[in-house]
Design a protein around this ligand. Sequence first.
Ligand code: SF4
Length: 375
Amino acid sequence: MLETERSGARPETLETERSGARPEQALSARVDLALLGVRGSPPLRRTAGAGPSDDGHLIIDGLSAAVPRNPLSPYVLDGDRVLLDGEETGLEVSAIERPAFYDLRTETGVAYEKIAKLHGRDVLATTVMQTCIRYDESQRCRFCTIEESLRSGATVAVKKPTELAEVAEAAVRLDGVKQMVMTTGTSAAKDRGAKHLARCVRAVKAVVPDLPIQVQCEPPGDLATLSELKDAGAESIGIHIESLDDSVRRHWMPGKASVSIDEYRAAWSEAVRVFGRNQVSTYLLIGLGEDPDELVSGAQELIEMGVYPFVVPFRPHEGSLAVDVDHAAAPRSDVVEDITRRVGKELTATGMLGADQKAGCAACGACSVLQNVGG
Ligand code: SF4
């Protein structure tokens, strides 16, 4: 059974818990925001896309934060303040302005904004292939909306390496972008899309050689492809499993679950050899029904391998099967806080910090609360 079903947690339940959740403590308020989101429209936002994130981007207490936009949230964005039921929360919040590169177009008329997006204050993010062989309803990851953004016209299906290079150059020059994340839907090829990533990295590095790049892909079949990605110029890599519990994987990610955890382990291990300790990461989602202790011990094993476990609360997003079919709710805030603190403690004890990654989701940290607890 799923955590959300077990707890019966629904937004109204979460609100009740929130009011008793020591709102004076910054971490609790930050967790609440990650789960309940804000009403209002931050200038920088993203609707639908690959993986589990779909948010407005803010700076909260000096750290990047990707916060769901939720018309039912008790938190309201009011300029540079976040109000809770009309009262000051004490959180220092600032919006991130729409970047200048969004106003440009390629020679063929494609808006740069459809090729790559600004995430947080200085991360350029792109999905180099916006389709996924796993997007059939019976195979799709239930939190994912990768093809919804394509259908809505917000992006283009395949990003050409030359166009990505053009956009990256502009984003660095006009908006001070400091790192780039390239993810991909899974292709039908043996490399599952990794080779196209390598071509994109090479093209971007040719024009902005100092821009650190993280690539994200499934285990790429032939592990030698990991060296190809590194040789192309990628500094770090995310190989995202989302859960280490096979029954959770089979329910939430039926397609991806066909790739065994052993295959992930082999890919992480080779990636650490190629990219180095703490330049490899994986998402672990909180709230898919996993046992919290097992999630934390799985994270510990990853840390021992040199892989950064980026623990992120599952957030229900419109257009996903999780919302449209399962009516799944966000996890309980106390569970998110507890797991985040425990994993953060392990990361701190081993000196493995997200901020030490050269590029990527953990380096940015906006979708997690780990950096708020020192991870
Ligand atoms: S593998 Fe899953 S999360 Fe990744 S793009 Fe495909 S459906 Fe989405």
